[in-house]
Design a protein around this ligand. Structure first.
Ligand SMILES: Nc1nc2c(ncn2[C@@H]2O[C@H](COP(=O)(O)OP(=O)(O)O)[C@@H](O)[C@H]2O)c(=O)[nH]1
Ligand SMILES: [Mg+2]
Ligand SMILES: [Zn+2]
Length: 300
């Protein structure tokens, strides 16, 4: 008998496959050993239930795959940022967003620790991001707003992402009873020692959807890409497409640039536009470095 399901855990050569009605402990088919294909948590697979030990037969086409943490098929990132301690860093968040857009992964932004700060910073966060992304405000400490995340997690596989200390593990524990993710400061964690090896696991959520339990996804590099791709990764710019005087406008100072004008008028949040310019500059200097490297090699 053949069934299909999702790998929710992998330990010591065994893969745990959730078919929706049961979780089977499976071995991987020998064929995987001879190829570079290795089953990952998050993989959609078919399993053969006809022998004593069920066997993973086939890995279905992946939407994406990550090495650190080793997971497949992330459909959505929940980017967590604290409103205070640590202070939000919108430039860092914007780099995450660019990376997610480039990977074509959906995004929800969660501003956590609302019990520590509200007022101005909350208003600012909302004004910058709510026009183009789903934004949730939460306190994992007292539970406020955590349930507002749940509707966004339905029917898909999500992963928490964001810098250390913002409350990802605490949120995970309140969304999934029994997740038992370690929380606390880095020093607290080190003190507790390393005897608890944590495995990546994919949990089913009450109310639907699945959530990767992983401490990873703390930062993303700006993707390797051409400068000209960047404008398409800022959702705010979409409505101005085709409105600049010059085709292929990079929106950094060209005459008749509709995006720059919109930023000056406040129609595009200044912080987002500044992030755009900073990212553009980074891509540009990276390109120069590569050119220099290439010409240097030619000259040798
Ligand atoms: N005041 C407050 N503290 C929080 C909140 N969420 C998490 N924390 C605390 O922040 C610290 C870091 O949380 P943790 O979940 O380990 O962050 P992670 O590194 O993103 O996984 C811990 O001491 C948590 O108890 C919150 O909403 N409010
Ligand atoms: Mg954590
Ligand atoms: Zn322009």
């Amino acid at each position: 008998m053949i069934a299909s399901g999702t790998i929710v855990k992998g330990i010591a050569g065994f893969y745990y496959v959730d078919t929706g009605s049961a979780v089977y402990e499976c071995k991987a088919r020998g064929i995987f050993k001879n190829t570079n294909l290795k089953p990952y948590v998050g993989d959609e697979v078919t399993i053969d239930l006809s022998s004593d030990t069920p066997v993973v037969r086939e890995i279905l086409k992946r939407r994406n795959v990550f090495e650190r943490p080793p997971v497949a098929n992330v459909e959505q990132f929940v980017f967590v940022s604290a409103l205070k301690s640590p202070d939000p860093n919108f430039a860092v968040l914007d780099r995450f967003l660019t990376a997610a857009e480039r990977m074509n992964v959906d995004v929800v932004i969660c501003f956590n620790k609302t019990d520590l700060a509200g007022g101005q910073i909350r208003k600012e966060a909302e004004e910058i991001y709510a026009p183009v992304y789903p934004v949730v405000f939460s306190s994992a400490e007292n539970g406020a707003g955590v349930e507002d995340l749940r509707p966004f997690l339905r029917d898909r596989k999500s992963a928490l992402a964001g810098p250390s200390g913002v409350g990802k593990s605490t949120l995970l524990n309140s969304l999934i009873r029994g997740a038992g993710a370690e929380t606390g400061s880095v020093s607290e964690k080190t003190n507790r020692g390393r005897h608890t090896t944590r495995h990546v696991e994919l949990f089913r959520l009450e109310g639907g959807g699945m959530l990767f339990d992983t401490p990873g996804f703390m930062s993303f590099d700006l993707p390797v890409m051409d400068e000209a791709e960047l404008p398409y990764l800022f959702r705010e710019f979409e409505q101005y497409e085709g409105s600049c005087r010059f085709g292929g406008c990079l929106h950094r100072g060209e005459p008749g640039c509709a995006v720059r004008e919109a930023a000056q008028k406040g129609e595009i949040p200044a912080a987002r536009y500044e992030s755009y310019l900073a990212q553009l500059k980074e891509l540009g200097s990276r390109e120069k470095k590569e050119q220099w490297y290439r010409s240097d090699r030619r000259n040798r």
